[in-house]
Design a protein around this ligand. Structure first.
Ligand code: SN0
Length: 319
């Protein structure tokens, strides 16, 4: 593996998930693989799970980690080619990426959607520029349109928890939020679910359709109650409008997921990538019920990151 940006960077997803589950059983088996090598983690946005689970995964492989909070502690980056930098930006991304590549053997970068310029976000401007100028393998720690490490952890969690001898029904339900939130988690979950053996349904109010590039043939059901019928897994996530880019639209019904709404499900297991706005997106009662998988998902972030780092280290060894 040379990079990790989306599900398309994995050749056999089922085998990859099984291998991640094996790594979880013996996480220190390859604790010498990364010896003497350095992982750089660059954050243009906040993080808790991504930062610490990736660092933990690196530690399990014997890799050193250096972290740059590029939005807080570094020079402000310029992204325009040929810019006359006589304003607020101090360092061009081309310089930053090439310099960081000299200190690191692998670099992870988090660069959320700005949600103001649809073209810039959908073209993955920041991730693409960083990857273009970097000279080492790059891992997405959530880019403008996708969050692949989260989706891989979600696939591991579903694989561990799915019913035996039955194709699981997985429902991605939109939830309310007070802020304009990126589409990356929803897009990415849809993209990965479309590649796994499940019945996948997305439910959201009209106007909140995700980019069809990622949802493809997934069933879209605008009635949340109908969508939730017989669900085995319910994944809760907010995102802003894609059509009216980055906007929060008026919704008539109440979309917060409650215990009451889960009655039509097959005693569904609850998923959320975290951080969650409790009692806005989903009630405490739902999040804290015994079949809530939110902490298992967070735990699996380590093994998602670990298999990706391992594959990149191994392919570099053989290069
Ligand atoms: C991010 C998102 O893409 O949804 C990261 C999720 C892993 N979440 C947020 O930005 C939440 C911000 C908030 O104020 O709740």
């Amino acid at each position: 593996m040379k990079r990790f940006f989306s599900v398309d960077d994995i050749t056999n997803l089922d085998a990859f998930i099984q291998e991640a589950i094996q790594i979880k059983k013996t996480p220190l088996q390859k604790s010498e693989l990364g010896k003497g090598k350095t992982l750089g983690l660059v954050f243009l946005n906040s993080s808790l799970r991504t930062r610490l689970s990736t660092q933990k995964a690196a530690q399990n492989l014997g890799l050193n980690t250096i972290i740059l909070n590029a939005n807080q502690e570094a020079w402000t980056w310029e992204f325009e080619d040929g810019a006359i930098m006589n304003g607020g930006t101090v360092e061009h991304i081309k310089d930053a990426a090439q310099v960081l590549s000299q200190y690191c053997d692998i670099i992870g970068i988090r660069c959320f959607a700005g949600l103001t310029n649809k073209e810039e976000d959908t073209s993955e401007k920041v991730f693409s520029l960083f990857e273009k100028y970097a000279t080492v393998p790059i891992i997405s720690l959530e880019s403008a349109t996708l969050h692949p490490l989260q989706s891989l952890a979600d696939c591991i969690t579903i694989e561990e928890q799915k019913p035996i001898n039955k194709k699981p029904k997985v429902v991605l339900t939109w939830a309310p939020h007070i802020k304009s939130i990126p589409h990356a988690v929803g897009n990415s979950f849809a993209q990965w679910m479309n590649k796994t053996d499940c019945e996948f349904v997305i439910t959201h109010p009209k106007g909140y359709e995700l980019d069809p590039k990622f949802t493809q043939n997934a069933t879209i059901e605008y009635n949340q109650e109908v969508a939730l019928q017989d669900a085995d897994f319910v994944y809760i996530k907010n995102w802003s409008s894609f059509e009216e880019y980055g906007k929060i639209l008026e919704t008539e019904e109440d979309w917060m997921l409650t215990h009451e709404k889960l009655k039509v499900t097959n005693d569904a297991k609850i998923m959320h990538c975290l951080p969650v706005r409790r009692n806005v997106e989903v009630s405490d009662e739902v999040l804290d019920r015994p079949n809530s998988l939110i902490y298992q998902q967070a735990n699996n972030r380590t093994y998602a990151a670990q298999i990706v780092l391992q594959k990149i280290l191994e392919s570099n060894e053989n290069a």
